[in-house]
Design a protein around this ligand. Sequence first.
Ligand code: OGA
Ligand code: MN
Length: 284
Amino acid sequence: MSITITPTSATLGAIVTDVNLSALDDAQWPTIEDAFHQYGLLIFPGQHLDGQAQIAFARRFGDLEILVEDMTSIPVSNKDEEGELLEDDSFRMQLLMGNEGWHTDSSYVHLAAKASVLSAHVVPKQGGETEWADPRAAYDALDEATRKRIADLAAYHSYFYSQAKIGHKVAVGEAYGFFEGEPPLRPLIKVHPVTGRPALYIGRHAGQIPGFDLPESEKLLDELMTFICQPPRTFMHRWTPGDVAVWDNRCLLHRARPYDHREEREMIHTRIKGEVASETSLNG
Ligand code: OGA
Ligand code: MN
């Protein structure tokens, strides 16, 4: 049986069926990798990967980031180790609520991420979807004057900045050592290392553009974000347990959608490292 790839009606994303990711063979890999480059986001319904199979699938894309305490896969879950629901003001819930702002993974560390794999295990009855946006298509649609204006600009990507902006405390970032030294400085336009396609590369961690004062910088970045994150450049997935998604952090933005935190939501996240040559910050 050959793999079926069904593009969404947005400018990004495809649904991939007729494939078993737990038993992916080498002959099938180029089809998936090509689709990943073309669509940026692939959703594989009903895979029910176990922990090892998720890691093996993620490893196809490259080396994995160590996220916390030697773990390559981490639960993105609103329960603690005892299975108790987290309080909204808890340290971990603050991290999760940060995910509700448009972002790209690990842009706040000097080597940004290449891709992320996310699988659904327990989902709330309502809300808790994930949504992606397409900064490649946004760049294509930008007017020439704006393209020129931003061509040589860069912004600092700081986790301290993004969490502080939503009222969360310094401690969140400090605990992970995210801002020892200067935060990474990244060009506003990123050229994809494989496809050569330019994309806006910003998101909630991007705040200060050198040479601009902060309000001026935030105004420009907000305008660009609003332009990116509108139809047909967004796609939302309503999860069913067993679904798996992989997306390209080099050219897409994503966010979690809100839900009632008294309900359980449990996802598993595995993150693939960027390449040193293409994902290192300007000052890294
Ligand atoms: C992430 C993330 C979104 C979600 O895992 O990096 O942003 O919907 N998740 O949980
Ligand atoms: Mn994320």
